[in-house]
Design a protein around this ligand. Sequence first.
Ligand SMILES: Nc1ncnc2c1ncn2[C@@H]1O[C@H](COP(=O)(O)OP(=O)(O)OP(=O)(O)O)[C@@H](O)[C@H]1O
Ligand SMILES: [Mg+2]
Length: 370
Amino acid sequence: MTESLTARVEQTLLTVVNARTGTSVLASDQVRDVATSTAGRVQLTLLLGANDDPTLARDVRQAVEALDGVTDVRVNVVDAATDPRAQHGAAAAAPPAPKRAPLPMMAEPAAAPRPVPAPTPSAFPALGKIIAISSGKGGVGKSTVTVNLAVALAKLGRHVGLLDADIYGPNVPRMMGVMTAPPVENEKIVPPEAHGVKLMSLGFMIERDQPAIWRGPIVMKIINQFLRDVRWGRLDYLFVDMPPGTGDAQLSLVQAAHLAGAVIVTTPQEVAVGDALRGAKMFERVGVPVLGVVENMSWFELANGDKMPIFGSGGGARLALELGVPLLGEIPLWQPVREGGDSGTPIVISAPDSPAARAMTAVAEMLERR
Ligand SMILES: Nc1ncnc2c1ncn2[C@@H]1O[C@H](COP(=O)(O)OP(=O)(O)OP(=O)(O)O)[C@@H](O)[C@H]1O
Ligand SMILES: [Mg+2]
């Protein structure tokens, strides 16, 4: 992210022209020390020659401020004549001004950084309870759980939406058996419906196998668009399938919308639990309650009915205890669960009476009671 913002800053500086040199401040070699932060702060040094128009500093600042995702801009203006690094280049070529006082800093001193206001989350009353499904580690079964929870609640007669916010591997469309891009009517995206659930996914918007170039500001925009510009109708629940960890998507979501809560999915494994704890804490820090923990891949049922704890046991319960939230359910590892995901028919539809489907449905019912 930092790299890409730096590149964009430099690109925009190519458009700020110094009237004296007739070329951009970048080409005139007047820019030094471009630094960017993941939070969108930009700092740079501008070398101004005696004959340069001082409003150039303002132009530079405004150009950078106009960039998407930029939250704060500092332009440190330095007299080109006194800057030891300006040995060559157009800025230094200007005759030095006699006894010139250093130019003022264009921003507050670094000691008092302006706090970056986080966007205020909006309420979306028509979307019902917005629930994020998250995990610390990847591949623990978030998407599988999300899809089955959504379909289970739709089967119970609820109006359910499903938003796939996984910017790295949006696979809800495949799990729901929908692969066509949604139509747009009157500037609203019409979400396709599958198994009684309306769904929207980044997978509809990006080409398969396209590198995940989505960065913070873009994710924020898309999540906002998905909340505002999709014709969800009236929902009781909107489930949001997250990428693993605590990245841009999580941050964007909690900044965009009031969440009813988050559900944390983990496997029984110790390492997955540790990661999940960190993920859960992130939600708590921003005031989003953790509604409960779902332990997935809890055991594998052998032919004789014995339960084999392939990934260890007790992780979900430990995590729930640690967080002071209920363990909403334990889902067995069962091949048809994966097959259901691959074929677009979730297990609560294809084998509703199986232990795995019953465990998913029980989680949905428990969640509804919370
Ligand atoms: N209970 C289960 N039994 C068998 N296979 C499962 C089960 N849960 C998930 N899987 C399979 O494990 C794989 C990973 O699951 P899934 O994609 O839901 O995880 P995820 O946490 O969403 O992953 P990512 O972090 O990549 O988004 C999938 O192939 C899925 O079908
Ligand atoms: Mg997933």
